[in-house]
Design a protein around this ligand. Structure first.
Ligand SMILES: Nc1ncnc2c1ncn2[C@@H]1O[C@H](COP(=O)(O)OS(=O)(=O)O)[C@@H](OP(=O)(O)O)[C@H]1O
Length: 374
């Protein structure tokens, strides 16, 4: 199994699996191998083989485009498909399964780190893209999700896992997941909403360098645009509000809440707890993670049993960005907003995440004395 870092190599299937995928698509679409799928404009694009090859392109954008441009008749997915392949040793049938585990958020909580660390486990197969099936593609049907969206071929002992962080905040998603995959387990990684917010802002800055200041977004924009939507990034951190929707639909025992902070400082500890939650054989150890000074994070190592052949696999550049400095007074003000909401969230989850208290942001600031005195 190989982990695709951000924008890095995609797990390309072997020939056998690729041929199998092609025949599968030909079956479910009713097209012959020479026919082409139509793109969004109704023009025939390329032949199916080329289409499949595009799916397995090593470029994430190509993958997403090929999925978005496709125009496959919906009802053809209602047929039940004999989707299986014999593994290389001819010992077991592998099938594409709907995910048994979904990492449903939170955005910037450490979801990619968690997915890639879990993928170290020999009985886990991570789906490497954010499918957005339950929030954006639900009308395409579960078979589309499972087959056309390329859930990996797995044996009966392997778990398929995917992550789409926007699920956490999208109303309707918990119920869709529950009804679509009744036995699914949900994992949520929570980070201090302030760190999460700054991380989110940093990501937006990297895409739109001319974005207005953090201060503007946090304090001015919502006032000025009182009747419009307030800053969405701020809303994501109102965890108890979003979690309520999940708890109305899922048993607490089917959900695992993780600390994004511990995932950074001691990933093995968190991963071992997840192994228990998923009834996986214990596998992940502290030796699987080595601190990389350049990255500033613990990175997973492949082949951790033999130190001479280990290889570090840090996450890509978009994970672990350096954050802009935000004025402590701004942080204090936002923290004062989140703090009472965090307490409700701690009560709801039964976990004290111990996130930074508002006054801590002011400890080294002269302005703090003024604010605390008044
Ligand atoms: N080992 C390791 N290496 C790098 N980064 C790590 C790691 N563990 C956790 N993290 C944290 O993951 C944050 C990104 O979170 P997500 O993957 O959930 O982001 S996203 O929602 O998919 O965009 C990312 O946020 P930023 O620091 O803002 O980049 C990291 O803090």
């Amino acid at each position: 199994m190989c982990w695709a870092g951000n924008g890095a190599t995609l797990a390309v299937p072997n020939d056998k699996e690729r041929d199998h995928r092609i025949s599968l698509l030909v079956n479910i679409t009713g097209l012959s191998a020479g026919d082409g799928f139509k793109n969004a404009d109704g023009n025939r694009s390329s032949n199916n083989k080329k289409y499949i090859n595009t799916i397995y392109s090593t470029d994430n954008n190509n993958f997403n485009n090929s999925i978005n441009n496709k125009n496959i008749p919906n009802n053809s997915f209602n047929n039940s498909i004999n989707n299986s392949i014999i593994n290389n040793n001819n010992t077991e049938t592998l099938t594409s399964k709907l995910p048994q585990v979904i990492i449903a958020g939170v955005k910037k909580g450490g979801t990619k780190a968690l997915l890639s660390f879990l993928d170290l486990h020999p009985h886990v197969r991570a789906f490497r893209f954010e499918s957005h099936f339950f929030d954006k593609h639900f009308n395409k049907g579960l078979e589309w999700y499972r087959l056309v969206y390329q859930m990996p071929l797995t044996s009966s002992s392997e778990l398929t896992i995917e992550k789409t962080p926007s699920y956490f905040v999208t109303p309707g998603v918990p119920r869709r997941i529950r009804e679509g995959i009744p036995n699914v387990k949900i994992i949520l990684v929570f980070k201090d909403p302030i760190t999460r917010l700054v991380s989110d802002y940093t990501q937006t800055m990297s895409k739109y360098p001319n974005i207005r200041s953090f201060y503007y977004h946090a304090f001015l924009r919502s006032k000025r645009e009182r009747n419009k939507r307030s800053w969405k990034a701020l809303d994501i951190g109102i965890y108890h509000k979003h979690l309520q929707r999940w708890l109305e639909v899922f048993d607490r025992s089917d959900m695992y809440f993780m600390s994004g902070e511990t995932l950074i400082t001691d990933p093995a500890y968190e991963l071992q707890k997840v192994e228990k939650f998923l009834n996986l054989k214990p596998f992940i150890k502290r030796e699987h993670f080595v601190f990389n000074a350049k990255k500033g994070f613990l990175c997973p190592v492949i082949n951790a049993t033999d130190i001479t052949t280990t290889r570090m696999k840090c996450l890509g550049d978009s994970k672990g960005r350096s954050h802009p400095q935000i004025h402590p007074i701004s942080l204090f003000r936002i923290s004062s907003f989140y703090h009472p909401l965090n307490l409700i969230f701690y009560q709801m989850t039964g976990i004290n995440f111990n996130w930074t208290e508002p006054s801590n942001y002011l400890q080294h600031s002269t302005a703090s004395k003024l604010i605390l005195q008044n």
